[in-house]
Write a protein that binds this ligand. Structure first.
Ligand code: SF4
Ligand code: SF4
Length: 279
């Protein structure tokens, strides 16, 4: 089963849920950290890294000796990464998505592609948890290729958990796409509710079943609970606003390592998700 863990905003406890659930399950489990702009699951798991792989994307280069400035490449590029005017062609690498289309449409074969490194993927192990995470090069605007490479490591024969990036934009969609179920980590505050609603809309569009986890339960108000009830979104777990959990988090310790009773809660959570998927 492939479960993604997402939230409309950062800091709600997504990684806490993903890491603690992975540690609580028995047998080999994959954890894929797709928050490639700021991966942090490795901080809690301290894995032994066995593989580091650079991620390259093809970037076009215009040979002005062959180009006749017909403008077909610029017309084709829906990202406006090429501009052709008069006897000049300008390429904007920072907005190029590396799709390769411009070189295919160029009648003069004036566009060649060269590989650009945009990040890397690391594979490692921490006990029974196989961790895969990506890091995007500083200044690179598009995390998509790195997220896709992280997801290529998914082994559908194993239980796999995706830690999605915060927000509801393209990297989140790229991360959760193909999941059997998505756990939405929220908190019982107006901000939590606002971002939860956005994420629910996104998942409805994608047709991905979902349930909620209320983190820091006990603070704020009951509006998140009312919303979930009205929308028939099951609340599968509540994690209380607990000083001990916060202290362990601040030391980079997954709380199930010290508060062992919680392992059973995460196992039940996983079983409940399995039941939801089979419905
Ligand atoms: S399509 Fe080819 S020939 Fe035409 S402007 Fe682009 S690079 Fe130049
Ligand atoms: S590779 Fe694709 S995105 Fe990049 S310039 Fe060419 S057409 Fe545009």
């Amino acid at each position: 089963m492939l479960i993604s863990v997402a939230s409309g905003k950062g800091g709600t406890g997504k990684t806490t849920v993903a890491v603690n659930m992975a540690l609580s399950l028995e047998g080999c489990v994959q954890l894929l950290d797709c928050d490639v702009e700021e991966p942090n699951a490795y901080i809690f798991l301290e894995p032994e890294i066995s593989e580091v792989r650079p991620i390259r994307v093809p970037i076009p280069k215009i040979d002005e000796g062959l180009c006749d400035y017909c403008g077909k490449c610029a017309k084709f590029c829906e990202f406006h990464a090429i501009a052709v005017a008069g006897k000049g062609a300008i390429f904007f690498p920072e907005i190029c998505h590396g799709c390769g289309g411009c070189s295919l449409v160029c009648p003069k074969k004036a566009i060649v592609e060269h590989a650009k490194i945009v990040g890397e993927v690391r594979v490692g192990k921490a006990g029974h948890v196989e961790l895969v995470y990506g890091t995007l090069e500083v200044g690179e605007p598009m995390p998509g290729p790195v997220i896709r490479e992280v997801k290529r490591e998914i082994d559908r024969k194993k239980e796999a958990i995706i830690d999605a990036p915060p927000g509801t934009s393209c990297p989140v969609v790229e991360s959760v796409y193909g999941s059997d179920y998505c756990l939405l980590v929220t908190e019982p505050t107006p901000f939590g509710l606002h971002d939860l609603k956005l994420m629910v809309q996104t998942l409805k569009e994608l047709g991905i079943r979902h349930g909620a986890i209320v983190n820091r339960a006990g603070i704020g108000d009951r509006k998140v609970y009312e919303y979930c009830k009205n929308e028939r979104i099951p609340i599968l777990l509540e994690i209380p606003f607990d000083r001990r959990i916060a202290e362990l988090y601040s030391k980079g310790v997954p709380f199930v390592r010290e508060m062992r009773d919680w392992k059973e809660n995460f196992r039940s959570l996983f079983s409940n998700v399995e039941e939801e998927v089979e419905k």
